[in-house]
Write a protein that binds this ligand. Structure first.
Ligand SMILES: [Fe+2]
Length: 372
């Protein structure tokens, strides 16, 4: 790669600021938002395509329309939507209580609670979770979900590594979220709750090499007397994440990284003030995130960069074309001073495939939605 270079009518200084009136900036970058990068100024956004022929296009899924048989309450009701060899993304709806304990030997799992609340019993103690919280369940840790009313999870399975905290760099180790805000399992509370609910869980369904095997015991599998160590499940609430922003210039999505894994990252987009500088871009910049396929799950709030969105939708923008805000969002930013969106992004290094379930609830005309 060469050093920085520019061409055109006048030098461009700071990315995402001072974009000539009526023009659009497009970022083209390698390695997520960390690699070599250029910014191009164009009279129209590159999302102005009038036709797309071939398999590559932007996708939007309305997961609210996905069915699930709540009466049977089978653990297999988890519906896989997108996947590659590193990561699988599923939705798990109308879940009230798993029929056995679960142990996933194929993946570390990140659950994100989209609706409802509940508890998860583990060999390390019980954890409570509710809407807007992440639950990190390391590979092979036995767990059992229970709730009074049904809840809904977005499930991200990590097949080739484990979920780690992001490097906070110059922002310091307490930026984004403080380790002290992670909720740890409670063994004492678990004993009392299992007794109160009269739960005696004696079976574990283990997923290994994509096959299910059930281990049965005579007595409860949650019988830990004590434990120590730095491997355990935990929860992190979106409300305990302190978004990083600059009042002068739009920061890239990577500033909102919540967890990192081998070949994919999880980011959380949360309510925050918009940039104050008059010449600062206030909507996400148009970009080709050249090395990554991008998935965005819309959890709650007013979705800032797109029109006609509701909670429970999921967009999938593979690499290979630029994407960015919808024209109405660019015009509509007006005098807005804050965003009020809650969304989860999964950026995958290698191409993701769609399942038939995802295709069933795809919005057919989404690729045309950037037309002004
Ligand atoms: Fe993106």
């Amino acid at each position: 790669m060469g050093s920085h270079f520019w061409q055109g009518d006048k030098p461009l200084k700071q990315a995402h600021k001072g974009i000539p009136e009526g023009c659009y900036e497009e970022e083209q970058g390698l390695k997520g938002f960390y690699g070599p990068v250029s910014h191009l100024v164009k009279p129209e956004p590159s999302t102005r395509w009038v036709n797309i022929e071939g398999p590559l296009k932007p996708h939007m899924f309305d997961l609210v329309k996905l069915g699930s048989d709540s009466k049977k309450n089978k653990q297999s009701d988890k519906i896989k939507l997108l996947y590659n060899s590193d990561v699988s993304i599923s939705t798990w709806k109308n879940l009230k209580q798993t029929s056995t304990a679960i142990r996933n030997a194929d993946a570390s799992t990140l659950y994100f609670c989209h609706k409802g609340k509940g508890v998860v019993f583990t060999e390390y103690g019980v954890l409570s979770f509710e809407k807007g919280q992440y639950l990190v369940m390391p590979k092979c840790l036995t767990h059992f979900f229970s709730a009074e009313v049904s809840f809904e999870l977005l499930v991200v399975e990590n097949h080739t590594s484990h979920f780690m905290e992001p490097d906070r760099g110059i922002a310091g180790r307490n930026a984004l979220y403080d380790a002290q805000t992670l909720q740890r399992p409670n063994l004492e509370k678990q004993r009392a709750l299992l007794k109160k609910l009269d739960l005696n869980i004696t079976q574990i369904e283990v997923q290994h090499n994509s096959e299910k095997t059930v281990f049965t015991y005579e007595a409860s599998v949650f019988d830990t007397i004590s434990w120590k160590g730095d491997l355990y499940p935990f929860t992190l609430g979106m409300d305990d994440i302190m978004p990083i922003m600059s009042h002068r210039s739009h920061l890239p999505p990577s500033a909102h990284t919540t967890f990192v894994a081998k070949n994919f990252v999880i980011c959380s987009f949360l309510p925050r003030p918009l940039e104050e500088d008059k010449d600062a871009l206030k909507v996400p910049f148009y970009h080709q995130n050249i090395d990554y396929d991008e998935v965005l799950f819309y959890h709650d709030g007013d979705f800032f960069s797109r029109d006609n969105l509701h909670a429970g939708m999921m967009s999938f923008h593979p690499a290979g074309f630029p994407h960015g805000p919808h024209p109405k969002a660019v015009k509509g930013v007006g005098n807005k001073t804050h965003t009020n969106e809650y969304a989860v992004m999964i950026d995958a290094r290698w191409p993701l495939k769609m399942t038939e379930y995802a295709k069933q609830v795809e919005l057919a005309d989404y690729w045309q939605s950037w037309k002004s």
